[in-house]
Design a protein around this ligand. Sequence first.
Ligand code: IFM
Length: 375
Amino acid sequence: MGKAFLYGCATSAHQVEGGNINNDWWEFEQSGLIFDGSSSNPSCDHYHRYASDLDLLKGIGGNAYRFSIEWSRIQPVSSEFSQEEIDHYHQVLDALIKRGITPLITLHHFTNPLWLSKIGGWANPKLVDYFGQYVQKVVDEYGEKLNRSTGQTEPIYFVTLNEPSVYLLLGYLIEYWPPQKKSLIGLIKAFRNMSRAHKLAYEIIHKKLPNAKVSIAHHMSVLDPWRNNGLDNIAAKVYDWLWNQSFLNQVGDKLDYIGLNYYTRQRVAFPLKVFPTPGKEAGFAQWEIYPEGLLRILRRLKLYKLPVIITEYGMPQEANIAPEKYLEQGIAYLKQAMSEGIDVRGFFYWSLLDNFEWREGLSKRFGLYEVDYEN
Ligand code: IFM
């Protein structure tokens, strides 16, 4: 892994860019399903303002930026890649390199090109090969530039899939996000196809870029039993395995590091009831503010004997604690983990800017920088 500790912020294309009208989320937004009636267009207009946004990151001392390439931009239809959009991300990479900011590139952050959702999305095994073709295109297009910028000695960082377990739960079990399914069979198929897609992408990236470091951004929560009794303990262990471990273990042999997205702790009661600690529900997401959970999760990850990059850490703004306090506490726990010998190589705050918080819309804010959407 690289010499410098990666220290920066994360965003995702659909949440910040504006104008992503060829994916399944845009279609979902058009059906009036966003709670505050907002939409992802233009959001922060990062598509046009990325350079000044990167100056903001640089201005607070960031040396790394996690962002995603929007698949539906560069491959708007199955038979065609858009050179214009490919060039856009060339420009974003140039802007990062010019500022001395290390990119960490996410290849899939929840959105799918419409032409893929129309053929059944991730439940369709064809997605694995399509994802492979897209990843091949990305490394063919940007590989040389990335290699040159690292002098072929420093790593080139990739996240293949952002939070597959969140995607699978919300999209295939509780009908909260597209594709709004409630199907255990669909979920199992999508789980399998996503893990196969990660493994294929891992091989494709390494073949082209031997210096690459590839992982997923895995959402993990502390899951404590509600009461200290046998049944709640068993329920917590079962849910912990499903939520925190199943996908990670499935792809564990094809990870160069663990990308960890950490936000909160939840309680688990028998038979499988999951809820925030009563009285500690904070902000719209009802997430308990529990920064020490970061240390607890990092200690657990020692088991995998892989370096860790914290690919997201953040909190909703109305959670009754100042974000700078929450950030300070997170960094203190991170330092504690490192002093215990846990190999953490980077920390990305979610998020650089307020942005489109999926079904909760623009009014739910996570940014270090506040965005005035009217201007
Ligand atoms: O906004 C999301 C992001 O897309 C994935 N991780 C959690 C964030 C906050 O909910």
